[in-house]
Design a protein around this ligand. Structure first.
Ligand code: ADP
Ligand code: MG
Length: 477
C-alpha cells in the first residue's frame, strides 16, 4: 500500500484528539520545543512550548527530495550573485532609489567595495522556502517562495520536533506513521558551517558572536546552535547592536574586538528589518563589523543577494545561465522551482506587470523588500496599492509574483491560549543550506536539514514569530 498521511478517522476522533493535546504539549516541553513568552521575552523563568501541529503533515516524497537535491545549487547561486557587483548594481538600481532600507544596505556594500574586503572567508547559512503548487491535474510542483540569506531561523527547534510527533503518533496507536517521521538535525549542520569558518579564521581564543534582537523570544532556537558550538570547544557570546556600538573596536589588522574579546564569526540573527536599526549607531556598528576581519554570516553582499528584487531578476530569461555557464542541468534544476516573477521597474515591461496585476489580483502576490512576515499584499489590496503607486517610481520598491496555491489538509494547530480546532491548513517547506568559501575554494557546500511550517488557510501571510505559522514535520507520501 502506498504511504499516506494521518487518516481522517484519527483527525475526527474528538476524544482521542483531546487526550493527545495534553500529551503533545508536554512532549514539546520535554523535548525542548520551547519559546519565551510575549510578556517576558528576555527571561527564561517562565517559558512555553513553541507553537506546533498536533500531527505531521503529508508532503510528496518526490517533491521533498527535489527540494533537498537543489539546495547545494542554490548555495552556489547565492554565493555567485554575492560576488557579481555588476549584476547586484544593475538588479538593485531601481529599488535602492526608492527603498531607504535596501539603499542603506547598498551604501555599506559600496563602501566595502571601495575599501576592499578584509576577509576572504565567506560563511553562508540560508534557508530556501517552498510551497507545493497544486495544478488541476493534481500533481503538485515545488515552487520557491523566497531564499533567506540572513537570520534564517528554526534550524534549532526543528531538530527537536521529530521526537514530539513520533511520541504523539505512538500514543495515538499509529506506529507505522511514527516510524516514518524523518530525522532532522539542522542545528548540527549549521554549527558545522560556523565551525569550519571559525577554524579557517584560525584563532582558538576568538569567539562566535550571535548578533541578537532586543526581544529574544526565540532564544532556544539559537541555543541549540550555540550548544553544538560549545560541544566543539568553540566559545560563543550573544550581543545586541547596542553592545557592539558601546564596546566594539578594530585593531590595526582590522580584527574585531567586542568587550575585549576577539570575534572570529559574526552570526546575524538580527539586522534584517529597518526597525532592527534603532539608531544611526546601529548602522555604524553594522559598517564596523563589515569592515572587520571577522567572518560575517552573512556579509553585506550575501545579504543583498537574498532580496526579493534579486530573486525576481534571477528569474529573467538567461540570467541563471550567466551564473552557471556550461551547466544546463543545474540551471534546469533551479529554474524548475521558480514561479512567475515580474518586474515593476518603470517602462513598458513594468507597465505590463501593473496591468496584469490589476486585471487578476487574486493570481498574484505583491512584495516589498522586507523580511520577517506580514509585509506582502494580496487580492484587492494589490489594486489599492498599485493604483496609488503605478505612475511613480515608488512602484519599483515592489516585485510581483504568481500566487502559489497548495492544496489544503486538515490538522490541529497547538498554540498557547488558543482552543483546539480542526483547521484547514497549508504548509511551507524550508531547506537549510550551509557553505563556506575561502577565496576561490568552496570548502563546504551542503544541504543540512529541513523545516516544515503550517498555517491556517485563513491567513495569507506571516511566519511563526508573527503568530500565524506553527512548526510541523513532513510525513512523506
Ligand atoms: P518574508 O520575507 O516576510 O518571510 P515571504 O516571501 O516568505 O516573505 O512571504 C511571507 C509569507 O507569505 C510566506 O511564508 C507565504 O506564506 C506567503 N507567500 C509569499 N509568497 C507567496 C506566493 N507567491 N504564493 C502564496 N503565498 C505566498
Ligand atoms: Mg519568508
Amino acid at each position: 500500500m502506498a504511504a499516506r498521511g494521518i487518516p481522517e478517522d484519527i483527525l475526527m476522533n474528538t476524544k482521542l484528539v483531546n487526550d493527545l493535546e495534553t500529551v503533545a504539549k508536554d512532549a514539546a516541553l520535554i523535548h525542548g520545543v520551547l519559546m519565551r513568552t510575549n510578556e517576558s521575552p528576555n527571561s527564561s523563568e517562565m517559558v512555553t512550548y513553541a507553537p506546533f501541529t498536533l500531527f505531521p503533515s503529508p508532503v510528496s516524497k518526490a517533491v521533498f527530495l527535489q527540494a533537498l537535491a537543489v539546495q547545494t545549487h542554490f548555495n552556489l547561486l547565492v554565493d555567485k550573485v554575492s560576488q557579481d557587483s555588476v549584476f547586484l548594481k544593475e538588479a538593485l538600481a531601481s529599488t535602492i532609489a526608492v527603498d531607504d532600507f535596501t539603499g542603506r544596505l547598498f551604501s555599506i556594500y559600496q563602501q566595502i567595495q571601495k575599501e576592499g574586503r578584509s576577509q576572504s572567508i565567506v560563511l553562508g547559512l540560508n534557508r530556501s522556502d517552498y510551497m507545493l503548487d497544486q495544478k488541476e491535474d493534481r500533481i503538485s510542483s515545488l515552487k520557491q517562495i523566497e531564499i533567506n540569506t540572513i537570520a534564517a531561523s528554526f534550524g534549532g527547534l526543528s531538530s527537536r520536533t521529530p521526537d514530539v510527533h513520533r511520541h504523539i503518533l505512538r500514543v495515538a496507536g499509529r506506529l507505522e506513521e511514527s516510524q516514518r517521521v524523518l530525522d532532522n538535525n539542522s542545528a548540527a549542520g549549521l554549527a558545522r558551517g560556523i565551525e569550519k569558518a571559525w577554524e579557517l579564521y584560525g584563532s582558538e581564543r576568538a569567539v562566535v558572536m550571535f548578533l541578537v534582537e532586543e526581544a529574544q523570544r526565540n532564544i532556544f532556537d539559537h541555543r541549540y546552535i550555540e550548544n553544538e558550538l560549545w560541544k566543539r570547544n568553540i566559545p560563543t557570546i550573544r550581543r545586541r547592536f547596542e553592545n557592539v556600538c558601546m564596546t566594539a573596536s578594530l585593531d590595526q589588522d582590522k580584527r574585531l574586538f567586542v568587550d575585549g574579546q576577539e570575534v572570529a564569526v559574526v552570526y546575524f540573527r538580527n539586522g534584517y528589518m529597518p526597525q532592527n536599526y534603532t539608531s544611526e549607531r546601529s548602522w555604524e556598528a553594522r559598517l564596523l563589523m563589515e569592515r572587520s576581519l571577522a567572518v560575517k554570516c552573512p556579509d553585506i553582499s550575501t545579504h543583498l543577494a537574498g532580496t526579493k528584487k534579486v530573486q525576481q531578476e534571477l528569474a529573467r530569461h538567461g540570467v541563471l545561465e550567466r551564473f552557471f555557464p556550461q551547466q544546463p542541468q543545474v540551471v534546469e534544476q533551479i529554474r524548475a522551482t521558480f514561479t512567475g516573477l515580474y518586474t515593476l521597474d518603470m517602462g513598458p515591461e513594468g507597465d505590463q506587470t501593473v496591468e496584469m496585476a490589476l486585471s487578476q489580483p487574486d493570481q498574484f502576490v505583491l512584495k516589498p523588500q522586507r523580511e520577517g512576515g506580514g509585509n506582502n499584499v494580496y487580492g484587492s489590496d494589490i489594486c489599492q496599492v498599485l493604483e496609488r503607486v503605478k505612475d511613480s517610481n515608488e512602484r519599483t520598491a515592489y516585485i510581483l509574483m504568481d500566487r502559489i496555491r497548495p492544496s489544503p489538509v486538515h490538522n490541529y494547530l497547538l498554540r498557547r491560549d488558543s482552543p483546539l480546532k480542526l483547521t484547514s491548513c497549508v504548509s511551507e517547506l524550508g531547506v537549510f543550506g550551509a557553505y563556506v568559501r575561502q577565496g576561490k575554494d568552496m570548502v563546504m557546500n551542503e544541504c543540512v536539514g529541513h523545516l516544515l511550517r503550517t498555517k491556517s488557510i485563513e491567513h495569507t501571510d506571516g511566519g511563526v514569530a508573527a503568530g500565524v505559522s506553527v512548526l510541523d514535520n513532513p510525513l512523506l507520501v
